[in-house]
Design a protein around this ligand. Structure first.
Ligand code: THU
Length: 136
C-alpha cells in the first residue's frame, strides 16, 4: 500500500502537468503522444514526454524522460507518476521496471489526456509484481 497520502489538489496538478507535457511530445513516427509528470516527497514536479527516433528502438517513453528529469534535478523521493495519453495508456513493461527502481510505494495515475476524469490509479507494485531489485 502506498505510504504517502496524496491530496486531490496535488493529484489534479500532477495530471495537469502530464497533460501539458504531452503537447511537447516528439512522436513523428507513431503519432502517439505521451506526457508524464513525477511528484516528489518535497512536492516538486518533474515532467517528460516521449521522444522518438528514426532508429525506432531508440524511442524514449515519457515516463522514463520524466524520471530522468527528476533524477538530474536532485533525486528526491518519487511518490507518484502521472501518465497522459489519448486514449489512456498504461506504462510499458520497461517503464514499470524503471519506476519500480525508484520506490516500491509509487502511485501510478494514468489518464485520458482529453478527459482526465477518466483515470486508472495503481501502485507500481501491482503493475510489476516482484520487479527486479537488488534489495532483499
Ligand atoms: N510510450 C510512452 O511514452 N510510454 C509508455 O509507457 C508506452 C509507450 C510511447 C513510446 C512511443 O513513442 C509511443 O508511445 C508509441 O509506442
Amino acid at each position: 500500500m502506498p505510504s504517502h497520502i496524496l491530496d486531490q489538489k496535488q493529484i489534479d496538478d500532477l495530471i495537469g502537468r502530464a497533460v501539458a507535457s504531452r503537447k511537447k511530445a516528439y512522436a513523428p513516427y507513431s503519432k502517439f503522444s505521451v506526457g508524464a509528470a513525477v511528484l516528489t516527497a518535497e512536492s516538486n514536479v518533474y515532467c517528460g514526454c516521449n521522444v522518438e527516433n528514426a532508429s525506432y528502438g531508440l524511442c524514449l517513453c515519457a515516463e522514463r524522460a520524466a524520471i530522468c528529469n527528476s533524477v538530474v534535478s536532485g533525486g528526491e523521493q518519487i511518490v507518484a507518476v502521472a501518465v497522459a495519453a489519448v486514449p489512456l495508456a498504461m506504462p510499458c513493461g520497461a517503464c514499470r521496471q524503471f519506476i519500480h527502481e525508484f520506490g516500491k510505494d509509487i502511485t501510478v495515475i494514468c489518464v485520458d489526456a482529453e478527459d482526465p476524469t477518466r483515470r486508472t490509479v495503481r501502485s507500481i507494485e501491482s503493475l510489476i509484481p516482484d520487479g527486479f531489485t537488488f534489495d532483499k
